[in-house]
Every structure is written in C-alpha cells, then in structure tokens.
Design a protein. Sequence first.
Length: 164
Amino acid sequence: MLHVGAGYAKLPDWLNHYREVRLDIDPATSPDIVGDMKELGDIGPYDALLANHCLEHLYPHEVGKALQEFRRVLIPGGFAAVFVPDLEDAKPTDEILFVSPAGPIRGLDLFYGFRPALAVGMEHMAHHTGFTQHSLKTALEQAGFTGGTTARLTSYNLMGIGIK
C-alpha cells in the first residue's frame, strides 16, 4: 500500500495487513519515497493507496492531477482511500469543533490548515482547497475511479473510496 502524505503517521489498524510504502514531500518525516503526490514518477503498481488528509493542501486545479496519479499507480481493481476535512457543515470560526491528538481543531483550521503548525513555519500544511461529500465524489469520478463511495464520518472527516 502506498501511503501518500504519510507524515509521521503509520497505517491505521484496519489497513495494517498491507506492507506500507510511505511517500511524503517532507524529507524530515523519513518517508520511503520523498515525492510530490501530483507527480508520482516511476513507482508502483500498488494494490491500494491511502491519502489521509493531504489533498486539501493542494490548489483546486491540482486535485485532479493528484487523483489521476493515484489511479495510475494502482493495479487494476486496486483502491484508493482518501480522507479530507468535511467542510459541509463547518464554519470558518474560532469555535473548537473537536480535539485531535495534535490539539483542539477549530473551524478556521479545517478551512486554512492547522494554525499551530503554520505558526512554526510549516507552510506546506496550509489548506488550499476543501471538500464536501459531493465534491469529493465528483473529483474521484473525474479522475477515472469507478465503483467507489464517499461517506461523512465523525470529527468533520470525509472518506472517499475509488476503485481503478
């Protein structure tokens, strides 16, 4: 499984039966592959791909390119699991919406990026786009994924599954 935008995170338990290959743009996270999700290069094929809270760091016109790259490096029948902030009912305010392991998450953080990380110079963590259930499903379909689904989860999370 290709873990795109892995950061310091490991695969969630429900995916731990896969052998993880970690890809991140930040070499400080010690990924297996230092790379850009918009240009994955000559890697793969992979049975599955996890992109957990990384697509929102792209500009809107870059999302389709990244999703096409995700699809390209998968085997036929492989799947991409994509998680992004759910902006459908969020408001860009200072109200705390939930508490994550990194600390309190406010509406402003969902829209613009986790402000404590941005404040210490991690500009690559800024959010440049956002998603609703409908827009994530549309983006996956436009990238050529089929047979997938999207779902709204707890703590302002969206999940999209796309099948190659």
